[in-house]
Design a protein around this ligand. Structure first.
Ligand code: CMX
Length: 426
């Protein structure tokens, strides 16, 4: 059996030589051209960044290292992390070796609690999480080794150290944010034998929750882990990391992007929107009442949260995975039933608005509602859950990017004057 370092050490030369041969033979070939609409439209669809950990075909949705999400829903976060890093699912011995390395890195230094406790009481949970990750930067192995002078060829090894350290701590950080911010009692100690999902359940104070809550956290972490390289959280992490800022700096930056309502905060907005609808119509709103509320939301210039996607043009398979989970474990929950009714109603309304390219639900349309069922009703916490999972993906991407020795990200910007001039001549 090879451990994670040996496995990557074995894979990386092949990955590098494959890509360098491709580059040598095809360096001048075009893979994408940028229209003026794309230049002004958030670079939508422009192929300008490499990401081997996962892909998101617009007609299929998330595929992690060649495996569709539907075939990964039973996997643990550890298995997903290993798959993202290496391109292979671990066998039993590899999984145990990898998981034990993560288990050893759970302990969070106490200065983090001092910092979090010093923040104003109404600080958003995402600010607490991002601050904690940034303050942990003094632990970065990469930063220390870089200062001592390491070869470029070895950057990935120390980025892997940081990746393992941070991912192992994310459940503890997320759970501590929950307990501190919502005054749930003293912080709990990690359980040395627990896996990532189990430790999160324990540290949240949910040891007596039904077993399916643990299954939900596993599903949550795998399905939110990665979504190729161009989404705001991944692309921001990647850009900051490309300056050789260590993973603490880059992940914290990426999570600041995740905190936006058009990205990860949408899961919080969705539950707010559903609860407003339920309150307005007294309980379980009918499809007609949902349609009415959706029209009112659109007329007031707001988006319907949880619907639409920059890449997808089908129902997000992550939404389907959560829907299947909900049908199994909380089919009678009014919030879940409302999610189902919204799904039956909203796409038809959005399809009638020409400018909207994707009328279908994304993962945020459902994830919070299932979490709510298990008693986590503080929905400003939901994006922290997203971040705990997304950390796995962006950490794996950072390791792979350092292994591939990609250079600093630096696209070219142009001025309006340049654009006018260019268009007048072309
Ligand atoms: N409700 C109302 N209008 C919507 C909409 C929705 N759910 N989805 C798209 N639109 C609008 C856009 O705001 C845009 O309007 P303007 O041109 O007036 O600005 C127009 O339709 C075209 O948008 P698009 O090309 O279809 O979608 P984009 O790639 O620009 O944006 C996204 C994608 C996700 C930001 C958008 O669909 C949206 O705001 N959805 C609601 C928020 C949400 O669920 N975000 C989570 C996405 C998943 C994630 O990253 O976590």
């Amino acid at each position: 059996m090879l451990n994670i370092y040996e496995k990557l050490q074995q894979n990386i030369p092949t990955w590098r030589s494959e890509l360098s041969e491709l580059a040598k033979a095809n360096g001048e070939k075009k893979v994408s051209e940028v229209t003026v609409a794309q230049l002004l439209g958030g670079m939508r669809g422009v192929k300008g960044v490499m990401c081997d950990t996962s892909s998101v075909p617009q007609d299929k949705g998330l595929i992690i290292r060649g495996i569709s999400l539907a075939d990964l829903v039973e996997k643990s976060p550890e298995e997903t992390f290993y798959l993202l890093l290496t391109g292979e699912l671990p066998n039993a011995a590899e999984l145990e070796d990898f998981s034990s390395r993560l288990r050893l890195r759970k302990t969070i230094p106490s200065y983090i609690w001092d910092v979090l406790k010093a923040l104003p009481k109404d600080t958003h949970p995402m600010v607490m999480l991002n601050t904690a990750i940034l303050v942990l930067q003094r632990e970065s192995v990469f930063a220390k080794m870089y200062e001592q002078g390491i070869k470029k060829d070895e950057y990935w090894k120390y980025t892997l150290e940081d990746a393992l350290d941070i991912v192992a701590k994310l459940p503890g950080l997320a759970a501590a944010v929950y307990r501190l911010r919502f005054e749930k009692g003293p912080l709990l100690h990690p359980n040395a034998d627990q896996d990532l999902a189990g430790d999160f359940v324990h540290l949240m104070g949910f040891d007596s929750a039904p077993k399916d809550f643990y299954e939900l956290i596993k599903l949550y972490m795998t399905s939110h882990s990665d979504h190729e390289g161009g989404n705001v959280s991944a692309f921001t992490t990647l850009t900051v990391n490309s300056a050789l800022s260590d993973l603490y700096y880059s992940m914290s930056a990426g999570f600041n992007g995740l905190a936006g309502p058009l990205h990860g905060l949408a899961n919080q907005e969705v539950v707010k929107w559903i609860l407003e609808t339920m309150k307005l119509f007294g309980g379980n709103p009918t499809r007609e009442q949902i349609a009415q509320y959706a029209q009112e939301t659109l007329s007031s210039g707001k988006v319907i949260p949880g619907y639409g996607h920059a890449v997808l043009r089908v129902v997000d398979p992550r939404f389907i995975a959560f829907m299947n989970f909900g049908k199994k474990y909380c089919a009678n929950e009014p919030l879940f039933q409302t999610v189902e009714h919204i799904f039956e109603t909203v796409p038809g309304i959005l399809q009638n608005i020409a400018k909207i390219k994707d009328p279908w639900p994304n993962i945020d349309a459902i994830s919070g509602s299932i979490i709510y069922h298990y008693g986590i009703k503080e929905f400003s916490f939901y994006t922290v859950l997203f971040a705990m999972a997304r950390g796995i993906g962006v950490a794996a991407q950072a390791v792979v990017n350092r292994a591939m020795q990609y250079p600093i990200v630096r696209p070219k910007s142009v001025t309006t004057a340049w654009l006018k001039d260019y268009l007048s001549k072309n």
